[in-house]
Design a protein around this ligand. Structure first.
Ligand code: ATP
Ligand code: MG
Length: 386
């Protein structure tokens, strides 16, 4: 929602004393050394994170990695075992539940089945004792925002999944939280509605200007929606950044494989200069060349990640002495505007290339068992050392 180009390369760093107005906005939500143990098992193992005011931040990771637990601690529904959480400078643990400036929308939406849409949305305000006229206005405005005004008198069972989701969102926003937490907000929706809803939701949140932390295990969803995201694994954040940063510069095999699909070549560094490295890999008969240096000794084992859309197929042997392989087409997955080619190299390694229909027409669309070459440029690969 905010301008991604102005974001620092290594966000998530905590401020050091004398806070300025800028750093207060940069550190609107601060998670400091947070640990959560359930008995002997630690679900969250020392997480540090700061989220900017107005930002849409996504927590991403495989099942059981601690996403919901972290979110529930941010909501104040779960206490921290150690560490602390600050929201707008206030320690969450010190605030009684009714003063916590947070609202969480649950995966199940948790609408009251016997209440109409408008009663559901107004429920929290009635609890707070908001006056009737104001309540009516705020509910109407919230329903308008999610385009559900004409369903105000319906009950939840008379709504589709996507409509229920919007009612739940209106119910969260009507209380004007400083921080909105969404746990798998789209999981009840099918793929088509989901994609449309993702864009709608981003627009609504942008209009309201609320800071939002969202949990998802769908990496495409996180990439489309979030300003920044954190990849979690086993209770820890393994990488944090803007979606394009994490996608283009994964810092580990885990990140590279989790965010998008990729081709991984394992090998050893045989030449390391400030501006390039050569790697020899049993997967390829030629060397791999990457146009950036690394820190580490010669011979060091590394993995090179090359995204499928960076790989080109050719019928003729490439001319260069690096970054190509000869193989046979083993599978073609037609995806509409592009196709995924699975090419088995002579080494046995399978490489996946993402080819646009246009690019394929230029090489007379290879098919099963055709002999082809894969190649990629010096800037296509990223060297991973962990
Ligand atoms: N109340 C609890 N008591 C004991 N263990 C728990 C409790 N809540 C969560 N856990 C454990 O903590 C770990 C993290 O759970 P969490 O619900 O945060 O995962 P998640 O990342 O949200 O996963 P999913 O994508 O499946 O929702 C899991 O191993 C889970 O079994
Ligand atoms: Mg969860």
């Amino acid at each position: 929602m905010s301008d991604q180009s102005s974001m620092p390369a290594a966000p998530g760093v905590l401020p050091s004393g004398n806070a300025t107005a800028d750093s207060a906005a940069d550190n609107f939500v601060q998670v400091v050394d947070v640990v959560k143990k359930f008995g002997e098992t630690a679900a969250v193992k020392g997480v540090n994170l700061s989220v900017k005011k107005g930002e849409l931040f996504a927590l991403l990771g495989s099942s059981g990695c601690g996403k919901s637990t972290l979110l529930r601690m941010l909501a104040g529904l779960e206490t921290v075992t150690s560490g602390k959480i600050l929201i707008d400078g206030e320690d969450l643990a010190m605030l009684p539940p009714y003063r916590r400036p947070v609202n969480m929308m649950f995966q199940s939406y948790a609408l009251f089945p016997h209440m109409t849409v408008e009663s559901n949305v107004g429920f929290g305000l009635r609890q707070e004792g908001v006056k009737k006229a104001e309540l009516k206005d705020r509910v109407a405005a919230a329903l308008e925002l999610v385009q559900m005004s004409r369903f105000a008198k319906r009950k939840p069972h008379q709504l589709s999944g996507g409509q229920q989701q919007r009612v739940a969102l209106a119910r969260s926003l009507v209380k004007r939280p400083k921080l909105l937490l969404l746990d798998e907000p789209m999981s009840a929706l099918d793929k088509q509605i989901r994609q449309r809803t993702q864009i709608e939701l981003v627009n609504i949140l942008e209009n309201v200007g609320v800071t939002c932390i969202m949990v998802t295990h769908d990496q495409e969803e996180a990439m489309t929606m979030a300003d920044r995201l954190a990849v979690m694994s086993e209770g820890q954040i393994v990488q944090l950044g803007a979606p394009n940063q994490v996608y283009e510069f994964p810092n580990s095999r885990f990140s590279a494989e989790f965010i998008g699909s990729t081709n991984l070549f394992e090998g050893n560094v045989v030449e390391d200069e400030p501006d390039h490295v050569f790697v020899e890999s049993p997967d390829l008969s030629v060397r791999l060349y990457v146009s950036h240096g690394i820190t580490g000794p010669l011979g060091m084992p590394v993995t090179i990640s090359v995204r499928p859309e960076r790989i080109a197929l050719t019928r003729k042997p490439p001319e260069g002495t690096f970054n190509w392989g000869k193989g046979v087409v083993k599978n073609v997955a037609y995806m509409g505007g592009y196709s995924l080619y699975h090419v088995q190299l002579e080494s046995g390694k399978t490489v996946i290339a993402n080819m646009s229909s246009l690019a394929l027409s230029e090489i007379d669309s290879p098919t099963w068992e055709d002999e082809v070459y894969v190649r990629w440029s010096a800037s296509a690969g990223v060297v991973l050392t962990s």
